[in-house]
Design a binder for this molecule. Structure first.
Ligand code: SF4
Length: 333
């Protein structure tokens, strides 16, 4: 049990009285930032998006070294075609797989629906409703969780999400921010601003939707001051949760090209421990920490290759914070 930060597992246990696991879904979405020839996508993004472990079988259909530019010019490689019928039946299939996976490993637990891959609000509201409805009609879920970009939150999307508060105990939106510093957003080619993020959080929280913010620690060029600025933004907007990622260089990305040219220094475990403690001690105690390390499948990860497993990192973090006599929120003035 981790005691130095507001651990997600403990938070879920306290809130729902039992362990809760997510069923991750790829709803056949794309990303406006990848599919536009002009924006080019984030420099660390590969063509595969993020997906649950039981959905990764489709990775073998794609070539890991496919050219980034080609992905944008053509269509993003995707396991599904565009028809709604196909997308809906793919959701059924994924939920069946997800349930089977969880039933074997974690029986008697509660479940949430997690629209995970790419930008899950990038479609018409009618389509979004059909996709979310379909997933939620497959059983009892405690949360609906939607992952998206800050510039893909509109009033209509918020209204739709609010309508699900009757069906589940909580509706969450996970927003990719990565950094509270404009120059880092430009470096990462995020294609949105800090202001876009603030606006999105305000719209969502104004309606009672809970917000989790994704950040990356170890972005090239960022110093302690940059990390503190990101922490300060998280405090200012009152994000309910954060997902912390250590910088990962994935093969086939623009970041990988820069890494090969020797332009990118990738944080090792000691760096990530330092950055994480700096960040955690400057965000409020009640912010839920949903993730502390990145999770890229080994065969796609170019660097860091020698980072220890998640369990070892978490134990080391707990130990370091204990040795330093600090808790989450310790250094907020
Ligand atoms: S917003 Fe997400 S899916 Fe889109 S380019 Fe960036 S990392 Fe990739």
């Amino acid at each position: 049990m981790y005691t130095r930060w507001n651990d997600y597992t403990v938070y879920l246990l306290n809130r729902y009285g039992t362990k809760v696991y997510r069923i991750g879904i790829d709803g056949g979405f794309t990303c406006p930032h990848r599919s536009s020839k002009h924006s080019g996508g984030c420099i660390y993004c590969d063509a595969l998006g993020s997906s649950s472990v039981y959905l990764r079988t489709h990775e073998s259909n794609f070539t890991r070294k496919s050219s980034f530019e080609k992905d944008i010019d053509n269509k993003i490689p995707h396991p599904f075609d565009d028809s709604m019928a196909t997308r809906l039946s793919a959701i059924d299939e994924q939920i069946l797989k997800g349930k089977a996976y969880l039933d074997t490993r974690f029986p008697s637990t509660k479940r949430s629906i997690y629209f995970q891959a790419y930008t899950n609000t990038f479609d018409t509201v009618e389509h979004l409703k059909m996709l979310y409805d379909r997933a939620l009609s497959s059983g009892e879920y405690v949360e609906l969780i939607i992952s998206t970009r800050p510039d893909c939150i509109t009033h209509d999307v918020v209204d739709l999400l609010l309508s699900y508060k009757k069906k589940v105990m909580s509706v969450w939106v996970e927003l990719g921010l990565q950094s509270g510093n404009e120059e880092s957003l430009k470096y990462l080619n995020r294609g949105h601003t800090v202001e876009d993020y603030k606006r999105a959080v305000s719209l969502l929280k104004g309606g009672g939707i809970e917000v989790s913010t994704h950040i990356i620690l170890g972005i090239p060029g960022e110093t302690d001051q940059h990390i503190l600025r990101t922490a300060s933004l998280i405090r200012e907007v009152e994000s309910d949760a954060v997902k912390i990622h250590n910088l990962h260089v994935v093969a086939g990305t623009k970041l990988y090209e820069a890494y090969k040219r020797g332009e990118v220094e990738v944080p090792d475990m000691a760096d990530h421990l330092y950055n994480t403690i700096l960040f955690l001690t400057h965000i409020p105690k009640d912010i839920v920490i949903q993730r502390l390390v990145s999770d890229t499948p080994k065969h796609r990860l170019a660097a860091p290759r020698d980072f220890p497993d998640k369990g070892y990192f978490l134990q080391s973090l707990e130990k370091s914070m204990k040795e330093q006599h600090v808790y989450q929120g310790e250094w907020i003035k």
